[in-house]
Design a protein around this ligand. Structure first.
Ligand SMILES: O=P(O)(O)OC[C@H]1O[C@](O)(CO)[C@@H](O)[C@@H]1O
Length: 430
């Protein structure tokens, strides 16, 4: 993974080379803190040692109990689904991967109606084992398997914490079970049992994902000028400090669209603390050049755009044409067009003084994805150190969970009472 900060200098908001030089001493101190946390396997910092500690043997043993399934259905939410989804949606496989990470009955019913349940592995993932959406969906999926005459105990893989509902279920039915990594928040578990079971079931080279993570791990140093991940973390932090409160993540590869969704949880849930943070906006190049780019370029000067692309991609030739005004496309390729649009968007933003950062990976394969995931995690941890926020907790998500649980009779929560006291000011169609 390489990072180019050139288009974040002298922009509005913007950095200068002096800013980066001044930041580098803070990056060195932050790296020392990060390295110490990694060495001591400290809560949260342990995420950055996963390329070395992830239990590949356990992943292979647990997933090896399933002969090549037609499909893998992951039942999980947030970090328990997005890492695996990023890898599955970026890589080609003849084993289809599906993700139930919401409780929309229409979507759940439609998916279950289509799935070959007898040839599907159900991969239920929850660190806590208490997440309502995940457990509710699992109960629905298990019922559907039973009604289809499928022995769910033969088709279910569990990934969970040491205790809780799923651990008890796995023990009671002798289900293959993987341990979520201790001391690692869910959004940081892509390069672990949590994120790697699905690609393993799909036949992908999970060892290469770990190797990519190790590439990122060995690149960590005490200087942003030697560590692309830290360069990105420091630059995004400094731009936020100067008013870039939105970070539009815009991969120029369909295969990285889910990566932007994974990044959004990582960035928002880690850095949105104490009135601080940087809103991750998900965009896709070239599609959003015909959509959100208008706002990025001509709206409030409160954004940076992170443009991501693989430097190698397949190339689909564009046939010669005599279409009026479009003859120039003939003989080039879709790759040429997409790369030209990437560079044009980059320059368009720069011309308008909008800061943008270029991130490039070699290609969309297991090793590059591992390095990209790791690099963004390291960038996020560094940003959190510089911002002095509690990167590895997410207390603000608990209020809503209690309210929903109270509304369903799952306990007496004052949050549920607050829902009942909603202030109303209805505007109704006459
Ligand atoms: O793996 P679990 O415990 O089901 O949690 C799923 C997700 O929910 C959260 O805890 C937020 O509610 C995320 O941090 C996490 O990734």
């Amino acid at each position: 993974m390489n990072v180019d900060l050139g288009n974040a200098l002298e922009t509005t908001p913007g950095l200068t080379t002096e800013t980066l030089d001044r930041l580098d001493s803070r990056v060195a101190a932050a790296h020392d803190r990060i390295a110490a946390g990694m060495a001591d396997d400290e809560f949260g910092y342990a995420a950055l040692t996963l390329p070395e500690t992830a239990d590949l043997d356990a992943i292979r043993a647990a997933t090896g109990r399933f002969d090549r399934p037609e499909a893998v259905l992951t039942v999980g939410i947030g970090g328990s689904a997005l890492g695996a989804a990023t890898l599955a949606n970026a890589l080609e496989s003849d084993v289809d991967a599906y993700f139930l990470d919401n409780v929309d009955p229409d979507a759940v019913d439609a998916l279950l109606a289509d799935l070959p349940l007898s040839e599907t592995v159900v991969n239920v993932v929850s660190k806590s084992g208490t997440t309502a959406e995940t457990l509710a969906n699992f109960l629905v999926v298990r019922e559907a398997m039973t009604e289809a005459g499928v022995d769910w105990t033969e088709r279910t893989l569990v990934t969970t914490g040491e205790e809780g509902n799923l651990r008890a279920l796995a023990d009671a039915h002798d289900l293959p079970a993987l341990d979520v990594p201790e001391g690692v928040p869910g959004r940081f578990t892509a390069i672990s049992t949590v994120g790697l079971a699905v690609p393993a079931l799909q036949g992908h080279d999970v060892e290469a994902v770990l190797a990519g993570g190790r590439d990122g791990m060995t690149s960590l140093s005490g200087s942003l000028f030697e560590t692309p991940a830290y360069a990105y973390g420091a630059a995004t932090y400094a731009l936020a400090e100067r008013g870039a409160l939105t970070n539009a993540v815009m991969p120029y590869a369909e295969s990285l669209e889910t990566f932007a969704e994974w990044f959004a949880q990582l960035w928002a849930e880690s850095l949105g603390k104490d009135g601080l943070g940087q809103t991750p906006a998900r965009a896709l190049g070239a599609t959003d050049q015909h959509s959100q780019l208008q706002l990025y370029r001509a709206g409030p000067p409160d954004k940076l755009v992170s443009l991501i692309r693989p430097t190698e991609r397949s190339s689909t030739p564009i046939p010669e044409t005599d279409l009026d005004g479009l003859a120039y496309l003939g003989g080039s390729s879709l790759a040429d067009l997409l790369d030209a649009e990437f560079e044009a968007t980059e320059a368009s933003l720069a011309a308008a003084g909008v800061p943008n950062v270029r991130l490039e990976i070699d290609r969309v394969d297991e090793r590059s994805l591992g390095e990209l995931l790791y690099g963004m995690e390291a960038a996020c941890v560094l940003y959190g150190e510089l911002a002095s926020v509690s990167t590895f907790t997410q207390p603000a998500v608990e209020w809503g969970k209690k309210a929903a649980r109270g509304l369903l009779g799952g306990g007496d929560f004052e949050e549920a009472a607050a829902v009942a006291n909603k202030r109303e000011h209805r505007i109704e169609r006459s």
